[in-house]
Design a protein around this ligand. Structure first.
Ligand code: NAD
Length: 356
């Protein structure tokens, strides 16, 4: 499959989507990459600034629920691959307001699938076409301390409006393969971290609060376990799935990095104490504050990534120690990126979540 691909990347101005666009444009400069993003609070054109002027790259502002718009892009751009990242992605926001999650994650994903199906049906060489649906391990629900990690056959048991809406879109992507033979691929990945991560998420939130000398809010007893993957490794996994994955298959993606939230925050404190030239409060772990637990908070996620490793030959390459250091350095060096995101709207949301 060495012919020139023409990709539509939805949600390409968000965290993982923008990392993926950079990854793809660096690695496959001959490919056409069109980003469609509604620029919600989580979308940021600065994430794609470095691609301005690249003739193979195009940004389009728009909504994945807009069928006419999508039909037009697929046709005019001759799109052969969709990498679908666009979503409402934050569990805490899904608890405060689930509507947007059902609209974008379920209705929007359906709109894209159906538009792509009609487009794919008209092609003479449809076997090159791919619809990659980027999803999360949260669809599998919560694990107990001794449970085996999630595999691709673990039954779905989503617990938050976010994971339920992602589960709904996973089922639609699966059904489009089984019913219509459309070449969909699904990936379920563990928690990502790295550059361009919006401040509301755990790792950037802690980095930023340490730099500002603000309390570090840890939910409940801090013993919830998450399995972390450096975003660059997620991008290489998606590349592998697009090139070597079997249509109709699901692949779990993870880096075998299970860590308790409290331990992760303590590690970030140590890294900041070491790397930041000046901090308002040092040692930064003095800022640790336990807050009321998130409703329905899943206790543990863990990914078994054997299938993508053995069948497709993918492995992660960045260890958690390396990745956290890179990430802390990035937040230290990019205060101009995150400072403007701490808007009054963001502060209002933050206060609602952490101070009721
Ligand atoms: P993000 O919130 O940073 O980015 C989402 C992007 O989608 C934003 O740029 C936003 O503007 C855009 N968007 C939202 N609604 C839209 C709509 N209706 N039309 C067009 N664009 C819209 O999210 P992320 O963390 O980069 O996650 C990307 C994808 O990866 C999501 O589908 C998410 O479920 C999945 N995922 C995330 C993680 C993680 O740890 N962040 C892990 C596994 C899977």
């Amino acid at each position: 499959q060495c012919e020139r691909r023409r990709l539509l990347v939805t949600g390409g101005a968000g965290f993982i989507g923008s990392n993926f666009v950079h990854y793809w444009c660096d690695r496959y400069p001959q490919d056409r990459v069109v980003v469609l993003d509604a620029l919600t609070y989580a979308g940021n054109l600065q994430n794609l600034e470095a691609l301005e002027g690249n003739p193979n790259f195009r940004f389009m502002e728009g909504d994945i629920c807009d069928r006419l718009l999508i039909d037009g892009i697929l046709k005019q751009e001759g799109i052969s691959t969709i990498a679908h990242f666009a979503a409402e992605s934050h569990v805490d926001r899904s608890i405060l307001g689930p509507d947007a999650f059902v609209r974008t994650n379920v209705v929007g994903s359906f709109t894209l699938l159906e538009a792509f199906r009609q487009h794919w049906l008209k092609q003479q060489q449809p076997h090159h076409y791919r619809f990659l649906h980027v999803s999360t391990d949260e669809v599998y629900g919560s694990l107990g301390p001794a449970d085996p990690a999630f595999t691709e056959t673990t039954p779905y048991a989503p617990n938050s409006p976010y994971s339920a809406s992602k589960a709904g879109s996973d089922h639609l992507a699966r059904a489009y393969f089984h019913t219509y033979g459309m070449p969909t691929l699904i990936t379920n990945c563990s928690n990502n971290y790295g550059a361009y991560h919006f401040p509301e998420k755990l790792i950037p939130l802690m980095c930023i609060n340490i730099l500002l000398g603000k309390p570090l809010p840890v939910y409940g007893d801090g013993q919830n376990v998450r399995d972390w993957l450096y975003v660059g490794d997620h991008c290489s996994a998606l590349d592998t799935v697009l090139h070597r994955g079997q249509p109709g298959e699901t692949y779990n993606v993870g880096g075998n990095n299970e860590v308790k939230n409290l331990d992760l925050v303590k590690t970030l404190c140590e890294l900041m104490d070491e790397l930041a030239p000046k901090l308002p409060v040092r040692p930064s772990r003095d800022l640790l504050t336990f807050v009321k637990d998130r409703p329905g908070h899943d206790r543990r996620y863990a990914i078994n990534a054997n299938k993508i490793q053995t069948e497709l030959g993918w492995t992660s390459s960045v260890t958690l120690t390396q990745g956290l250091r890179l990430t802390v350095e990035w937040y230290l060096q990019h205060q101009d990126w995150w400072q403007p995101l701490l808007s009054p709207e963001y502060q209002a949301y933050y206060n609602k979540v952490y101070h009721g």
